[in-house]
Design a protein around this ligand. Structure first.
Ligand SMILES: O=P(O)(O)OC[C@H]1O[C@H](O[C@H]2O[C@H](CO)[C@@H](O)[C@H](O)[C@H]2O)[C@H](O)[C@@H](O)[C@@H]1O
Length: 912
């Protein structure tokens, strides 16, 4: 998506413009001369030179605490037995097909001989045949073999090109040394049947060790059916909101082509399983491999598996038209993390799973039986640093000069799109025609240079692009002027493309639907000097980001609107253009490729850690006799104890209706613990202050209390014996509560037994799931709870920075930056930001209350409760004993059944 191909031999094929297409920026002589040797030649040479087969080196494992320092290791033949981390990247079948810089993805691929000795001859024959073939046919068929693909310095280097997911390749590359080892797993497309054995014998290990790539071998027919038919004719339109055309595509998804899709996914699973080692992360990319996560999970139960969908995801109303909808969704749901480009696609996915599989979809993911699958949003970006570097290529400046000369006095509009119906090239051309009609003063003075990523002949015809270009050009062309210049990506080098982006007066994207559209980012980056505007379809992923709202938005179906937008772009003042560009640019540099890879992998690892803990790690029951000696021998102890659910097993659904009566046993043990001058005791609660925790505070005066999950803190009494409740939310905007209550009222009315608990800075919705209730009522309540959470999250979550914490019979809504662990941080980290806020307020209210300790002063820390974040943070300390009392994993070192908590606490309280 983001990078046109480097110059290769296909450039030779495009010398003669057809009647409609004018090649206005031909490859320069020097470009052609500098072309690297053809890949096939490299293969032949390599096979001849057996002596080159050196044993790959075993790279020693390097340890690092940084999750992004993946230690290098050799894969495959070189298993050294060490557990090491590496990135196994299951690249899309498409990317793989073309991933070695091939250009083809057409169904009718050019057949190559499979004999090494005749390969070079075939290449020559193909070149000769180009002279007679039409532009389109020749460039497509010639580019369709994998042999063109391996064309750069390292013969097996996977090079990005517009037909593979160049954006992904660039993103992973942008990580440089931070991904110490990566392995691209992918296919080589069709025409591999005759090569497999010889490559397997001679080259595979080199591909792995030198080029980070592992081929998945797929018979040609199977590949074509999976990729060209199922992926492109069924999945691609559906994922881009086009209802599959049942009569036409029926045979594809109901029979063979889906079977081949399953088979291809299975081959990927086999390949990955054969090289996977503990410590690897498996990152599956895009819609070609939707079944892979589940196939892998059965083989690799504990492996971190992330799936990222690069393309769009439609509403459930469209996805449900697919006959294999359940299989595809189930295929994904074994991943630890499923990522999407935008919040809308992620929401559609959650709703689709909930509606089709009846699974519980929550804002952060999906509950599948006893397993939670994280669903997240990770906007793809570009590698700004590398693009800046590429812009410095002298060819860029040279080319800019010649384009300026060629189009002197004219405005230049640039576009680059894949030639299929979804990318709306036809709509763009028609809108451009409407523009020339509406603003005749621009006739002869503006040119649209449209770069096309060609797919199949069929797509191009379907898109109807050739006809509309022809029609427009025939209307407005003169002897010296042609309004639409149509180029295929292989017609120009990347430097030439960058030159176009740099001199453009506007860039226009008219996609009818698109995952992201990274070419918009590239345009913005190239406009550092000129700041000219971007005309952008509202239906691209890019448009959903606030920075991109500074584009000129268009509805691509409305050609008059697009025509006006083009006019606005060409006539916009420099000042306005600059201010819009600054917004666009700030998105491009912050949501970069590096940010994308980093955030995806961190979240994937974290999700896996939680799943592994649930599935595999058995946490030991608190061994009190073992923990008591260090407790006894310490002199400054911090005790953090959760109240409800840990010390107090009470049905919270009736709380607030009856008199508030905290259990005497709990208060007694807290008082007893607080009597020991070595102890600093804190009670952590989600309950509100008024009428609840203030009653507890009175009964247990010597302890500190965190109420309402961190919204309020009562410090331990100071020297004067006084203590005060401090608000941690004084400066918070709480206007979200009213619309949140409105949504909850709606759900309360339709869910019998449910009710709302409004607190100072948070809201709880409780739904009745009495075990005696009929199952259908319980299921209904759960479903309403999930819907309510999604509503709140989608409409208020981002705007107000809210988070939602689901419980068994309730969920809690509160501000993002409020939590028990933040409150504890404020208490025990003097000097930290949370503490400063607390201290300044405390100093004003009660000077003694600021007498808080630093965590480093404590020589023993005991935390008992359910807060995952808190447990994880405390685990970083050497002297912390963390004890989990819930049945969900918290990362605590120990666990304790709630009924044994009081007994254990008494043993500490009475320890001498
Ligand atoms: O044509 P396919 O083999 O089926 O591949 C689909 C497309 O994948 C890439 O684009 C997608 O990912 C981009 C980066 O995340 C995103 O910007 C774009 O919107 C997605 O469609 C690839 O770059 C395209 O060439 C492929 O068509």
């Amino acid at each position: 998506d983001s990078t046109p191909p480097s110059p290769d031999e296909n450039a030779l094929a495009v010398g003669t413009p057809g009647p409609t297409f004018l090649q206005s920026v031909p490859p320069t002589r020097s470009t052609l001369q500098n072309k690297p040797a053809g890949p096939l030649r490299s293969i032949v040479e390599d096979l001849k030179d057996k002596s080159r087969q050196v044993t790959p080196a075993v790279t020693p494992r390097s340890e690092s605490s940084n999750p992004f320092s993946f230690p290098t290791r050799a894969l495959g033949n070189n298993t050294n037995g060490n557990s090491a981390t590496s990135l196994v990247n299951a690249l899309s079948a498409k990317a793989l097909a073309n991933g070695v810089n091939g250009h083809g993805n057409g169904a009718k691929r050019h057949q190559t001989t499979h004999s090494n000795s005749t390969a070079a001859q075939t290449r020559v024959q193909r070149r000769l045949s180009r002279g007679t073939a039409s532009h389109r046919t020749s460039s497509r068929s010639l580019s369709s073999t994998r042999h063109e693909s391996v064309s750069h310095s390292t013969p097996w280097h996977i090079e990005s090109n517009p037909h593979c997911n160049g954006g992904l390749k660039n993103a992973v590359d942008s990580m440089g040394g931070r991904l110490k080892r990566k392995l691209w797993v992918g296919t080589l497309g069709t025409n591999t049947d005759g090569f497999r054995e010889s490559l397997k014998r001679n080259m595979e290990w080199r591909m792995r060790d030198e080029c980070d790539s592992l081929p998945v071998w797929i018979p040609d027919a199977e590949f074509a059916s999976c990729y060209d038919e199922f992926c492109h004719q069924v999945l691609w339109p559906c994922l881009h909101y086009a209802i599959p055309d049942a009569p036409k595509t029926k045979s594809f998804y109901e029979s063979e082509s889906y079977k081949q899709y399953v088979a291809v996914n299975q081959r990927f699973a086999d390949s990955i399983a054969s090289v996977y080692q503990d410590g690897d992360i498996i990152w599956v990319n895009d819609y070609h491999l939707m079944l892979l996560p589940t196939m892998l999970r059965t083989r690799l139960p504990g492996a971190p598996i992330g799936f990222f969908m690069h393309v769009a995801f439609p509403s459930s109303e469209i996805f449900r038209c697919l006959s294999v909808r359940e299989d595809l969704l189930k295929g994904l749901l074994s991943a630890d993390l499923i990522g999407f480009q935008t919040a809308n696609y992620a929401r559609h996915f959650r709703q689709t799973v909930s509606r089709i599989l009846a699974a519980e979809a929550l804002p952060k993911g999906i509950q599948v039986d006893d397993r939670f699958v994280d669903v997240g949003v990770f906007p793809m970006g570009i590698d700004v640093v590398s693009l800046t570097e590429k812009k410095r290529d002298p060819e860029v400046a040279e080319c800019m000069a010649s384009i300026r000369q060629r189009y002197a006095g004219m405005k230049i509009i640039v576009g680059r799109d894949k030639l299929d119906g979804i990318q709306g090239v036809r709509h763009k051309i028609q809108a451009f025609e409407a523009f020339l009609d509406k603003y005749p003063e621009f006739q002869g003075k503006v040119v649209l240079i449209q770069v096309a990523l060609q797919t199949t002949e069929e797509n191009e015809t379907q898109g109807g692009v050739a006809d509309v270009v022809s029609h427009l050009n025939s209307r407005f062309s003169t002897l010296t002027y042609q309004p639409v210049v149509f180029l295929h990506t292989q017609d120009l080098t990347f430097s030439q493309y960058l030159a176009l982006l740099t001199i453009a007066d506007a860039f226009v994207v008219t996609s009818l639907r698109e995952g992201m559209a990274l070419r918009t980012h590239e345009f913005v980056e190239c406009q550092e000097e000129r700041h000219r505007p971007l005309v952008l379809s509202e239906f691209t992923g890019s448009y959903s980001y606030s920075g991109f709202r500074s584009c000129i938005p268009i509805n691509p179906w409305d050609k008059r609107m697009t025509a006006k937008a083009i006019h606005q772009a060409l006539t916009m003042s420099d000042q306005e253009a600059l201010s819009r560009w600054e917004d666009l640019h700030s998105h491009v540099v912050t949501q970069s490729a590096q940010a994308f890879v980093t955030s995806f992998l961190v979240r994937c690892l974290r999700a896996n850690l939680e799943h592994v803990q649930t599935d595999i790690v058995e946490v030991a029951t608190l061994d009190v006799p073992r923990v008591l000696p260090p407790y006894r021998h310490s002199t400054k102890r911090l005790l953090l104890i959760d109240f409800e659910g840990t010390m107090w097993q009470r049905d919270m659904r009736t709380l607030g209706r009856d008199e508030f009566n905290p259990p005497k046993g709990a208060l007694d043990v807290l008082n007893r613990l607080a009597e020991d001058s070595h102890n600093d005791v804190w009670l952590l609660s989600g309950l509100p202050v008024k009428g609840m925790m203030d009653i507890v505070a009175e009964a247990v005066p010597k302890i500190g209390i965190v109420a309402e999950n961190g919204c309020f803190i009562k410090t331990r009494p100071g020297r004067s014996g006084e203590s005060t409740w401090l608000s941690m939310v004084t400066n918070f905007n709480l206007t979200w509560k009213a619309p949140c209550m409105e949504i909850l009222n709606y759900f309360t009315e339709r869910t019998p037994g449910s009710f709302i608990e409004e607190r100072e800075a948070s809201v709880v919705w409780r739904f009745w799931t009495d075990p005696d209730e009929p199952t259908s009522d319980r299921l209904w309540a759960r479903r309403q709870a999930a819907e309510a959470q999604n509503h709140i999250f989608d409409s208020l979550g981002e705007r107000y920075g809210l988070r939602i914490i689901p419980g068994a019979n309730s969920f809690l809504v509160l501000p993002n930056n409020i939590s028990r662990s933040t409150a504890v941080g404020a208490i025990i980290h003097p000097g930290g930001p949370a503490h400063s806020a607390l201290a300044s307020r405390a100093a004003w209210l009660a000077p003694e209350a600021t007498e808080t300790e630093s965590i480093t002063d404590f020589d023993f820390v005991l935390a008992v409760g359910k807060d995952q974040k808190l447990m994880r943070r405390l685990n970083e300390l050497d002297n912390a004993e963390t004890v989990s009392t819930g049945n969900k994993p918290t990362g605590a070192k120990w666990k304790l059944e709630p009924e044994h908590v009081m007994d254990a606490l008494w043993r500490f309280a009475e320890a001498k």
